[in-house]
Structure formats: structure tokens, C-alpha cells
Design a protein around this ligand. Structure first.
Ligand SMILES: Cc1cc2nc3c(=O)[nH]c(=O)nc-3n(C[C@H](O)[C@H](O)[C@H](O)COP(=O)(O)OP(=O)(O)OC[C@H]3O[C@@H](n4cnc5c(N)ncnc54)[C@H](O)[C@@H]3O)c2cc1C
Length: 491
């Protein structure tokens, strides 16, 4: 059989939040369509800061990028790095890069937040103008946003019917995992990719990923580990494999923060060190190909992955979510509090409510927080303290290693009852009963609030005065009542 030659000569893969070799749509298709490939990553710290992306997230991202660069090098694909302040400068520099490297086509995986979409459209226009093709692939979600619609061609606003419809579509399609790109030819009159390039404005495109980044505090002391998290694609695969051995217990254990019972794959999913399809593929292969039913733990985990899908699709269908607006517009009338001192006490874990403090300290120490706790602390801030949920949303974005605009905004709006398919406003999490139910022996609290470690299992949830531990920040019951009243008035 004669070999089919790729029909493009030089391709450029633009990496963003898809930092892996395997099952990467843009990378794979570029490698099948082009004879030679280079790759580029553009850091935009000023824009990242304005999106509240924090130090840990950015450190994790760049550490994943370093590992990816080494893998790409083995396939003769050089990865270039460039720092520019803002997204708005990307179209111009990509045009320069593509001209200087004589690129025929640019390949990238679509990103869905509003500013990212605008940037990508501008890049497409700029490159098309001078004859360079641009191809974006749907890769971050199982189905592209907009692909799941109600009978009247509307976006779903409620999770359960969305999930049902998504499964109906997906169940008819095989979830395929794409291989890593082939090794690019070096001979055959191939390009000599320069080690670096000088661009307009004194900018330098290099193959060296620096250890410094403007506006960010970079921690490069321990390569391959950021805040205790191993970075990169191989770490993600190891984690997925380890989790596959305990996913059956997921449904019964996932709500207990003292247990290591969830996958902790969120940082990898969000930086793109692992793909959603790889996760679903593992789950389906252990569940006889069933999306629902079969093993309860696996079906429950698939459902959680679909929440991520749901929030991403919602973000695209409702651009106001990306503009700091609540889904339920009437909730703009809530007389939110903007008490900075109280907010600061919440953020450092000094509220005097042990489960809330333990959770916030877990976030500050590990850059991650268990899902049950995210709901408890978000409810405490937005309901009992009546502080604007957007302050909490922003703090999470800054601290989380898995910060993802769609899931974070969705989680906050769900908890604050301002979102679509949100918790009903009158259902306010009681932090004490949540604590007794989901941390029954206080083991999680003891780990993060050592001041309370010597209390018995009963007192630890709602402690008597303890030296060195703060009094409760607000009247929890009165705060709940006030929240219900202000929400009830909106009707
Ligand atoms: C207030 C609040 C803020 C949140 N902020 C984020 C965020 O910034 N980034 C983020 O990835 N998740 C966020 N979540 C969702 C969820 O808490 C995390 O995805 C989960 O805790 C990650 O841990 P895991 O990987 O062990 O999850 P697992 O329980 O193993 O679930 C597997 C994957 O499913 C997805 N997932 C699970 N639960 C949810 C959910 N409720 N919403 C959306 N996706 C989900 C995640 O990608 C997760 O990695 C937030 C939830 C709340 C209530």
C-alpha cells in the first residue's frame, strides 16, 4: 500500500491548557497533516493575573510544560516559549512567529472562557489574513459546547436532563484515545528550527522555559513537584491507574474528607496533563462500557465528570457568567456584605467553626480542597456570613491548583443559590451537622486545626472556648435565617 504523504509542510502546535502528548487532538492531527512540526507556548502573566490565576496553578502549568517539552523533543518537535503581558498581543506575535518559521498551519485545542474565545478568533483572523491556516479542535470536553440541546434547541439549564442527553449522544460513539504524535522527520530537506528568534519589540522566542515569570512568584526548587503535587502527564496517568483500583468505593467514600477516596485528578484535567476521554475510557472499561448503572462507584464518578462538562457548556451558552454576573439576575439585589476583616478571617481559616477552618487551611496548605468542603465553606461565606460569593470565587481561583473558571463559577453559584440548577436558597448547609456527618471522628479537623486536636470526638465539631482558637465569627443560626429572608424577598 502506498504511503499517504501529509499535505502540509510545516505546522505549529500552540499549547495552552492541553499539556500532554497522548490523546491531544490538535497535536495528533497536526502530526498526521504536516511533514514537520514545531510547538509554542505563550505565557500572558498580566492577563492570567486579571483572571485571578494564582502562583500554584501557574507553577504547576509551567512544570507540566517543561516535561512536555522534553517529550516533544524526543519526537523532533521543538517547543518554543514566549512571555508577553496580555492576550491582546497574541495575534500579532503569532503572526510574526508563523512568518519567521514559515508555518503553513497553526493547530490548537479550543479554549472556552470568553476572553480565550475572543483571543482565538483574533488569532484566526490575523493568520488567515496572511494565508496561514488555523485549525481549532474540540478536545477539552467530551462533546463540543452547543452539541447537547433540548428538543426546542435550547441549552440545558438543569444538570440531570443534560446528563441524560449527553449520555444518549456519547453512548453511540466509541470513546477513542488518540496516540502520541509520530517522530517527525529530520532529514528530507526539513527545516532547521532555530534555537531562538528575535521578534519585534525586543521579544525573544526561545526553547528555554525560564524559571521567572513577571507578576508571579515561581518556585523552581523542586522540579516535578508543586506543593506536593507531582506534575506532568506520567504523574496524571499513575494517579488515574491508582484511582482505578478504588473507584468502586467512590460513591460510598467520596464525601469524607479524611479519606483519600476521590481521584484528585482535577489539577491534571485542568492543565490538560490528562484528557477527559482518558478518564471516561478508564471508567467505561471497568464498567462493561456502561455510562450508568453497573458499578455504583464508577457510575457516580462518571456523573461527576459530567458536572465538569455541564459547567463548561453553560459558560459558553451564557457569556454573562464570564462577566461576573449571577445566572439568576434577580440575585444581584441581595445586600451582600463586603466586610474585609470577616472575609480575611474566613480565608485564613480563623472563623471559629472547625470544619470551615480545617477546609480553608487545607486549601492554603495544599492548594486543593475536598469537594464536600468546598460546598461547606462556600455556603458558610455566602449564606451565614452573607459575603458576596464573587469574593470567595476569586479567592478560590487564586489559591486552587485545579482552578478552572467554569467549574469554580458553577460551584460557587450552585452553593450561593445564584446559579442555574442551584441549591434551593432555603437549604443552607449547617457546618456543624455536616462536620459530624462527614468527619465523624474529627480526624480531618485534627489534621488541619491542631489547636483542637486534644478535644474529644463530640466537642471537636463545636468546641467550648479553647486557648489560641478563635470564637465563632458570626451567629451561625441567625446568619442562616437572614440569608433565607433576603432570598425569600427576591421572589
Ligand atoms: C465552590 C466550589 C468551587 C469549585 N471549584 C472548582 C475548580 O476551580 N476546579 C475544578 O476542577 N473543580 C471545582 N469544583 C468542583 C469539585 O470540587 C472538584 O472538581 C473536585 O473536588 C476535584 O477533586 P477530584 O479530582 O478528586 O474529584 P473527583 O471526585 O475524583 O471527580 C473527578 C473529576 O470530576 C470533575 N468534578 C467533580 N465534581 C465536580 C463538580 N462539582 N463540578 C465540576 N466538576 C466536577 C472534576 O474534573 C474532577 O477532577 C468546585 C466545587 C465547588 C463546590
Amino acid at each position: 500500500m502506498s504511503r499517504q504523504f501529509p499535505f502540509l509542510e510545516r505546522g505549529l502546535v500552540w499549547f495552552r491548557t492541553d499539556l500532554r502528548m497522548h490523546d491531544n487532538s490538535a497535536l495528533y492531527h497536526a502530526s498526521t497533516r504536516c511533514k514537520w512540526l514545531a510547538a509554542v507556548f505563550i505565557a500572558c502573566p498580566k492577563t492570567w493575573k486579571s483572571h485571578h490565576e494564582g502562583d500554584t496553578l501557574v507553577n504547576f502549568r509551567l512544570a507540566c510544560l517543561r516535561e512536555l517539552q522534553a517529550q516533544l523533543q524526543n519526537r523532533n518537535i521543538p517547543l518554543y516559549y514566549l512571555e508577553i503581558p496580555k492576550f491582546s498581543q497574541v495575534p500579532k506575535v503569532l503572526r510574526q512567529i508563523s512568518q519567521r518559521l514559515k508555518i503553513d498551519a497553526l493547530f490548537a485545542n479550543a479554549e472556552y472562557p470568553l476572553n480565550e474565545q475572543c483571543r482565538d478568533k483574533a488569532v484566526q483572523d490575523a493568520l488567515n489574513e496572511e494565508g496561514t491556516k488555523v485549525e481549532y479542535y474540540s478536545d477539552r470536553t467530551l462533546l463540543p459546547p452547543g452539541a447537547v440541546r433540548t428538543g426546542s434547541d435550547e441549552p440545558y439549564k438543569v444538570f440531570t436532563p443534560f446528563k441524560r442527553a449527553l449520555i444518549q449522544v456519547c453512548a453511540g460513539i466509541e470513546v477513542k484515545i488518540l496516540p502520541a504524535p509520530r517522530k517527525m522527520l529530520q532529514s528530507d530537506g526539513g527545516p532547521h528550527w532555530p534555537k531562538w528568534l528575535k521578534l519585534e519589540g525586543g521579544r525573544k522566542l526561545t526553547q528555554k522555559i525560564p524559571s521567572q515569570l513577571t507578576h508571579y512568584s515561581m518556585d523552581t526548587a523542586e522540579t516535578g513537584v508543586v506543593k506536593g503535587w507531582r506534575t506532568g502527564e506520567s504523574a496524571a496517568q499513575k494517579r488515574l491507574k491508582a484511582f482505578s483500583e478504588r473507584v468502586s468505593e467512590y460513591q460510598t467514600e467520596r464525601d469524607f474528607p479524611a479519606l483519600d477516596s476521590t481521584s484528585r485528578l482535577s489539577p491534571y484535567l485542568n492543565s490538560g496533563a490528562i484528557s477527559i476521554r482518558q478518564c471516561i475510557h478508564m471508567a467505561l472499561s471497568l464498567n462493561d462500557g456502561c455510562w450508568q448503572g453497573g458499578n455504583e462507584g464508577i457510575a457516580c464518578w462518571i456523573s461527576e465528570l459530567i458536572w465538569r462538562e455541564f459547567y463548561t457548556h453553560l459558560m459558553v451558552d451564557f457569556p454573562r457568567l464570564s462577566k461576573g454576573k449571577p445566572f439568576k439576575e434577580e440575585t444581584e439585589q441581595i445586600p451582600w456584605s463586603y466586610d474585609k476583616d470577616q472575609f480575611d478571617r474566613w480565608s485564613i481559616g480563623e472563623t471559629g467553626v472547625p470544619i470551615v477552618d480545617a477546609a480553608m487551611r487545607q486549601l492554603n496548605e495544599t492548594a486543593w480542597m475536598h469537594n464536600r468542603l468546598r460546598m461547606i465553606v462556600a455556603s458558610f461565606l455566602s449564606k451565614n456570613m452573607l459575603i458576596d460569593w464573587r469574593w470567595g470565587e476569586c479567592y478560590f481561583m487564586q489559591q486552587l491548583i485545579d482552578a478552572d473558571f467554569a467549574s469554580n463559577n458553577g460551584g460557587w453559584q450552585w452553593t450561593a443559590s445564584t446559579g442555574t440548577d442551584a441549591a434551593p436558597y432555603f437549604r443552607v448547609f449547617n457546618p456543624y451537622s455536616q462536620s459530624k456527618r462527614f468527619d465523624p471522628n474529627g480526624n480531618f479537623i485534627r489534621k488541619y486545626v491542631p489547636e483542637l486536636a486534644s478535644l474529644n470526638d463530640k466537642d471537636i465539631h463545636d468546641p467550648p472556648p479553647v486557648q489560641g482558637y478563635p470564637q465563632v465569627i458570626c451567629d451561625v443560626a441567625a446568619g442562616r435565617k437572614r440569608a433565607i429572608e433576603v432570598f425569600a424577598k427576591l421572589k
